[in-house]
Ligand binder design. Structure first.
Ligand code: PLP
Length: 394
């Protein structure tokens, strides 16, 4: 019999919930129509899509016409950056200014830095505290006459820290009252959807990115919320789907799955209490049983499923492999940059040395995690860290 797998990498992706899969299935071969077709098969597909759009709008507390389906959060993030800059250029803005934080996901960082390199935008990278938190007042200080976009992630994918999006949004709102060129405030809420209040009115955001596969939905589907009235250029040009702003035949099974996944997020809020209890049990156990470890990022302002430790003296990659051999799946802090063997930009931003960064491991719990899993992980982890430290002589 196959040994049980303990999957503690839910920030990377989540398994598709069986209820989600069930809702998606008919849309592959029974309700297979193209949502743009005028006949009944098209109606069925379109109805499924519009129901999902409404489910997402209900969750975010916005209008369904403010939801645009994309291929995932990478596209949503790229789109908001490039689309807002395209509009700013149309409006004869000489050099638009963008503010983002150093913690952003590469899906924000990369397009922004490429535009900067080409000399098309001015960029401010907001620093964070050693706890991985942004100071609201710092955002305000960096706003300039030519600022067109501020994008700050709601919760970090590596260290799980939660930013004060509501407060930042409130400040931007106040600034906007006195400005002719209004600043668009976007948040990448990919990691936040499962756990935090994502009501866009409450958050004071104009745009928000989300992704299906982080919320027990399918891969390759996401959405961008964009407040009505905000002008944006389109990233994908073609047949004019999604009210002319995102061309491409809609991925109906994915869209239906995303809608149901969001629906389940609402229904399964109670699971988050259990996840946090288990998370705290693992943190306490690690601190108690393993010397010379350091928890990275604020514990207070942190997603309830995230643990990120540096195990000083060992390589995180080595630990990951040892755990994987015991069917425990985690991720290393430097995983995003592992091709270049560079430390993760997030860990560098919170002041970790290269050694601390390379000795780090992220554990992200999920709905499927139970108390026995945590006991087993702790037992294996203590042994593995001791063994690796012995080998490295540290
Ligand atoms: N933003 C954040 C915070 C993420 O964690 C991820 C996925 O790792 C993305 C964006 C990209 O999402 P997707 O995989 O849907 O393109």
């Amino acid at each position: 019999m196959k040994k049980k797998e303990i999957y503690l990498d839910n920030a990377a992706t989540t398994p598709v919930d069986s209820a989600v899969l069930k809702k998606m299935q008919p849309y592959f071969n029974e309700k297979y129509g193209n949502a743009s077709s005028v006949h009944s098969a098209g109606d069925l597909a379109r109805n499924g899509m519009e129901k999902a759009r409404q489910q997402i709008a209900t969750f975010l507390n916005c209008l369904s016409e403010e939801i645009y389906f994309t291929s995932g959060a990478t596209e949503s993030d790229n789109w908001i950056i490039q689309g807002i800059i395209e509009k700013a250029n149309d409006n004869d803005f000489k050099k638009p200014h963008i503010i983002i934080s150093v913690l952003e996901h590469k899906a924000i960082l990369e397009p922004v830095l490429i535009l900067e390199k080409k000399g098309l935008v001015e960029v401010t990278l907001l620093k964070v505290s050693n706890d991985g938190l942004i100071d609201t007042e710092e955002v305000l200080k960096e706003i300039k006459k030519n600022t067109v976009l501020i994008s700050i992630m709601y919760a970090n994918s590596e260290i799980g820290t939660i930013q004060p999006i509501k407060q930042i949004g409130q400040l931007i709102k106040e600034v906007n009252v006195k400005r002719e060129n209004k600043i668009v405030f976007h948040t990448d809420a990919v990691q936040a959807i499962n756990y935090l209040n994502c009501n866009v009115e409450y958050l004071n955001v104009d745009a928000l990115s989300l992704s299906g596969h982080k919320i027990y939905g399918p891969k390759g589907i996401g959405a961008l919320y964009l407040k009505k009235g905000i002008e944006i250029g389109s990233l994908l040009k073609g047949g004019g789907h999604e009210r002319g702003l995102r061309s491409g035949t809609e991925n109906i099974p994915g869209i239906v799955g995303l809608g149901e996944a969001i629906n389940l997020v609402i229904k399964k809020q109670k699971d988050n209490i259990k996840i946090k209890t288990l998370r705290n049990k693992l943190i306490t156990g690690i601190i108690k049983d393993i010397p010379n470890v350091q928890l990275n990022g604020s514990l207070e302002y942190r997603l309830p499923n995230n643990i990120h430790f540096s195990f000083i003296g060992i390589e995180g990659e080595g630990l990951l492999i040892e755990l994987s051999e015991k069917n425990i799946y985690v991720s290393t802090g430097s995983a995003c940059a592992s091709h270049s063997l560079k430390s993760s930009h997030v860990l560098s931003a919170i002041g970790l040395s290269d050694e601390e960064s390379h000795s780090s491991v992220r554990f992200t719990l999920g709905r499927q995690t139970n108390s026995n899993d945590i006991d087993y992980v702790l037992k294996v982890l203590v042994k593995a860290v001791n063994r690796l430290r012995k080998i490295s002589g540290k």
